[in-house]
Design a protein around this ligand. Structure first.
Ligand code: 13P
Length: 246
């Protein structure tokens, strides 16, 4: 049985360290798995949780800046995340693309900075919105996002990246993509990677309304390497059922 990658993206939740601690202590009791469980809480909580729970979960940032240090008020660099013990960092989440105007260009700068200056593993998010899917533009969008994000990334480094296929219409809606749509997207992403590097290089995971009820369907019937979980990752019962998938 292949180990799966199970990532919790807490987004801008919860609002206190105590609440976050409560979730993680509760998960500690209920998660019994060989899968790789990665928690991505708001960055202000990272140091504290890393002290309390290192060795139990791996931790990651939800975003980072593309420079190492300097006069960039409010930003956090990949090196800083690494220095406190993070192993992963999410890049290019659709919420950052749409709400914070993040572009393929800045995502590419971030990916290169992460890979060139740290050992962090980037979790690159890609995915189409509903309108793009309805207009049959899904593959074109995926191709553009992957090619732009990976500009200047050599094959050796590309192998470290995890690609998260997160169709925007499935995020936070309770409607997850059908297995056929997930499988098609995975095959297409693998094809793009083959076109660029000659092989599939990266692990590919799915995100969008994953919960304890659909996890078996999603991971059992598709060839995905794992899942990226939003809302359900804040509910200990839900997330432990997802993390314990085998
Ligand atoms: P939901 O699981 O809440 O749909 O969020 C998915 C997501 O955006 C994970 O990054």
């Amino acid at each position: 049985m292949q180990k799966k990658i199970i990532i919790a993206n807490w987004k801008c939740n919860p609002i206190s360290t105590k609440e976050g601690e409560k979730i993680l202590f509760s998960l500690k009791e209920s998660i019994k798995t060989e899968n790789e469980v990665i928690i991505c809480p708001p960055s202000v909580f990272l140091s504290h949780f890393l002290t309390l729970f290192s060795g139990i979960y791996s931790f990651g940032g939800q975003d980072c800046f593309f420079e190492e240090k300097g006069a960039y008020t409010g930003e956090i660099s990949p090196k800083m995340l690494q220095s406190i013990g993070c192993k992963y960092v999410i890049v290019g989440h659709s919420e950052r693309r749409t709400i914070f105007n993040e572009t393929d260009k800045t995502i590419n700068l971030k990916i290169n900075r992460i890979l060139n200056s740290t050992k962090l593993i980037p979790i690159l998010c890609i995915g189409e919105n509903r309108e793009e899917r309805e207009k049959n533009k899904t593959f074109a969008i995926l191709k553009e996002q992957i090619k732009n994000a990976l500009k200047g990334v050599a094959i050796g480094k590309a192998k470290k990246i995890i690609i998260a296929y997160e169709p925007i219409w499935a995020i936070g809606t309770g409607v997850y993509a059908e297995e056929k749509q997930i499988e098609e997207a995975k095959d297409y992403i693998a094809k793009i990677l083959c076109d660029i590097y000659g092989s599939k290089t990266s692990k590919i995971i799915y995100g969008g309304s994953v919960d304890s009820k659909n996890i078996k369907q999603i991971l059992g019937t598709t060839d995905m390497d794992g899942v990226l979980v939003g809302g359900s990752s804040l509910k200990p019962k839900e997330f432990s059922a997802i993390a314990n998938y085998k």
